[in-house]
Structures are given as structure tokens and as C-alpha cells.
Design a protein around this ligand. Structure first.
Ligand SMILES: [Zn+2]
Length: 193
């Protein structure tokens, strides 16, 4: 890889598990995929987070993401940012709101951290669907950063519908399993590769 390029690799098993164009009819089906991606990412040595971008109305899967912080050595490579980046490059627009007749939503196995919360404002999303709470991720040891308490309202004020608590228990179980396995908590200052 040239040293002027930045690279986030999506492993082959992601495409096999989440085929682009497959349809997921409702929030629970979409969340089940995000949780399955998180679970499989742990099995492959990654962090316990998964996310995917869907066309809101049809449920067509546009792009998936898993946490790639450890594998790619990038602190920004959270599942949400990976899924949004793949979706934007695949659709050929940094603004997912550019098509008047098509809305996109991000479904994520855990509520966004402060970085991903910030990224959501510029992605052109119309919806965000979350599984585990930030408190669940914090309990597992992950630093979620100084996110405002009214983060959901702030997103909604920008036209992004926010839905929380979708399959929260199942999503949190992946976080707990990661801790039980002794998974690396990659907050700054705690992990030295
Ligand atoms: Zn994040």
C-alpha cells in the first residue's frame, strides 16, 4: 500500500454474511444483521460492533461495516464510520441525502460514540437505529467520549430519525461475550501494539 493511501479493509466474510442488495424488511431484521456482524467480528478477532446502511423504505442493504480499529490500526475505524464510508463510496456520493426519492438509515449494534455521533451529521442520513446503549458499551469498558446527554434530540433536530432499544439485550450480549473472552479494550493509553 502506498504511504499516501489510507485503507480500511472489509474482510470477505462480511460480504458473504451481508450480501449487498439483500432486503431486510424491518428494524429488527436490520438490527439482527448488525448484531450478527458484531458477533462474527469478535469471532474473527475484532471489536464487538457491527453496523449497516439500508435504504429506509425498501430495506435494501447498501453497505456493511464492522469495527476495524485493531485490524487496520485506525482509531476512527468504528463500525458506523466504516459502514458509512463504504456506502458513500459505493453510491458515489459523500451526501446520502442527494437523491430526492431515496432515504438511507444507519443501523448500529450500539449507540454511537462521540466520534460517530459527530460523523452522523455530515453523512446525509435520514435515520439511525441503535441496539445496545452507550452505557452498555461503557460497562464493557469502552470509552464513549463526551457525547451530549440530548444527542438523540440533536440528531432529530437535523432531520435524522433516531430509534433506540432495538434488540438491546441481544446487542449487549455481544459486548459481554467480548469482555468474557478477554477482548482488547482499545481506548487510548490502554493498548500498545
Ligand atoms: Zn464510534
Amino acid at each position: 500500500m502506498p504511504d499516501s493511501a489510507v485503507h480500511i479493509d472489509l474482510p470477505d466474510w462480511v460480504a458473504a454474511m451481508a450480501p449487498e442488495g439483500a432486503c431486510f424488511p424491518d428494524a429488527e431484521a436490520r438490527m439482527r444483521l448488525a448484531i450478527a456482524l458484531a458477533d462474527a467480528n469478535v469471532a474473527h478477532g475484532g471489536g464487538p460492533f457491527g453496523a449497516a446502511v439500508f435504504e429506509r423504505t425498501s430495506g435494501r442493504l447498501v453497505a456493511s461495516g464492522v469495527n476495524r480499529v485493531l485490524a487496520d490500526g485506525l482509531s476512527i475505524a468504528h463500525a458506523e464510520v466504516v459502514a458509512l464510508s463504504v456506502a458513500q463510496q459505493r453510491l458515489g456520493s459523500f451526501d446520502l441525502s442527494w437523491e430526492a426519492d431515496r432515504d438511507y438509515e444507519l443501523v448500529t449494534s450500539a449507540e454511537p460514540c462521540v466520534q460517530c455521533f459527530g460523523a452522523l451529521f455530515w453523512a446525509g442520513l435520514r435515520g439511525l437505529v441503535c441496539g445496545a446503549h452507550s452505557a452498555d458499551a461503557q460497562s464493557a469498558g469502552f470509552d464513549e467520549g463526551p457525547k451530549p446527554a440530548d444527542w438523540a434530540e440533536l440528531l432529530q433536530a437535523r432531520g435524522i430519525a433516531v430509534t433506540t432499544d432495538v434488540l438491546r439485550e441481544e446487542a449487549t450480549a455481544v459486548l459481554r461475550a467480548y469482555v468474557a473472552l478477554g477482548g482488547i479494550i482499545y481506548n487510548p493509553g490502554q493498548h500498545h501494539p
